[in-house]
Write a new protein. Structure first.
Length: 367
């Protein structure tokens, strides 16, 4: 945290200035100004508490080490305990400060669109997509997010060749952005009669939800087709042409939506997905122009990156980006992802601080 000593002192100074301003009669008499400064002060409170706790623990650590440097000290036992407690507090507060001192990604508060596609593994890979969908449904339920299906291509065994859905709620992107990449599952498939373990993959892409202000789409660039929605095996499930296919002619990008019975609602959702994909594509091009060599990243949406392995035989989940292994497979597949997501969030924030604060407009969290 030494590199951030200046920033911490800067925040403490700002906090003191705001506190003093709120006692100024001129500010007190100006309700609007008073409310603005109070709000600003409130935003700094958690960070200031963590800084003060960290600084106090560092002082306690230094005092304990000084006592322990004198071998004949009668306070040796007490100093040892003081040192242990101080180091524990420092570790906790350092983790808090890494997150609090990192500039927030401006997209973090947005809802997200998640696309899961079956990779290598045939029918088993399609079932893996279904497992991942169930995992994200469980996570959304635990955190009060809503999930709405946008499009899917199902199989007879209940899997998905592809499924696209929206996770709605403030902060959804901040929690789920690290899920982008290739997920690998090792298990004996339900279709395997010989009991052999197979490795199957599914690709996850997480897109922050875009709106009309983020990307401009000319209607002349769109080709919109309607067709009948179909279920697993291709059978038609609606008698009307309610499903929508939108082709963005300049890029060749195609988006479909068939979950709603209303053609209007399907078109609206398909446009939302198209906006998000085009926005992400534009951002990726801008970043590629400034990065001569792409670094290994967390949460960049790199779909070729093998990020996590779920091993059924060992009951193990390993996130390869940070070397985290947990033996809680069932709980994680049920949606209990917080331990993994918290570790990824901390690793990304630590990396940004170590390599200099990334621009708040960048939005990528690099390792």
């Amino acid at each position: 945290m030494a590199a951030n000593e200046f920033k911490m002192n800067e925040i403490l100074t700002k906090y003191d200035e705001l506190t003093a301003s709120l006692s100024d009669p001129a500010v007190v008499s100006d309700t609007k100004r008073y409310m603005e400064l109070s709000k600003e002060l409130g935003k700094l409170s958690e960070t200031v508490d963590a800084i003060n706790s960290y600084k106090f623990a560092k002082a306690e650590e230094a005092e304990a080490l000084d006592i322990l440097s004198h071998e004949d000290s009668e306070l040796y036992g007490l100093a040892n305990e003081m040192l242990h407690n101080a180091k524990h507090t420092i570790e906790i507060e350092e983790q808090k400060l890494v997150l609090l001192l990192t500039e927030k990604d401006p997209r973090d508060d947005r809802s997200v669109i998640i696309e899961i596609r079956a990779g290598a593994g045939g029918q088993e890979a399609a079932l893996i997509s279904s497992l991942l969908l169930k995992m994200y449904r469980g996570y959304a339920q635990l955190h009060g997010f809503a999930i709405e299906t946008i499009d899917y291509n199902g199989t007879e065994l209940g899997g998905y060749k592809e499924v696209v859905f929206e996770v709605k709620g403030s902060g959804a992107y901040s929690r789920l952005k690290f899920e982008s990449g290739v997920h690998r599952i090792q298990r004996v498939p339900v279709t395997e009669s010989g009991g052999r373990v197979h490795t199957s993959t599914a690709t996850v892409a997480v897109l922050p939800e875009a709106d009309a202000a983020d990307v401009t789409i000319n209607q002349e660039d769109l080709k919109i087709d309607t067709y009948r929605a179909s279920g697993a095996g291709g059978q038609h499930i609606n008698k009307t042409d309610s499903a929508i296919r939108i082709t963005h002619i300049p890029t060749g990008m195609v988006v479909t939506c068939q979950d709603e019975r209303s053609q209007y609602k399907n078109k609206d959702r398909a446009m939302s997905v198209l906006q998000s994909r085009l926005w992400e594509m534009t951002r990726a091009k801008e970043k590629a122009a400034t990065d001569s060599e792409r670094k290994q990243q967390i949460g960049t949406g790199d779909r070729s990156e093998r990020i996590r392995t779920y091993n059924y035989h060992q009951g193990r989940v390993t996130d390869h980006r940070i070397g985290l292994t947990l033996y809680r497979l069932d709980e994680i597949l049920a949606g209990d992802l917080d331990e993994i997501i918290d570790a990824l969030t901390l690793a990304a924030a630590t990396n940004r601080i170590q390599h200099g604060q990334a621009s708040s407009d960048d939005g990528d969290d690099e390792m």
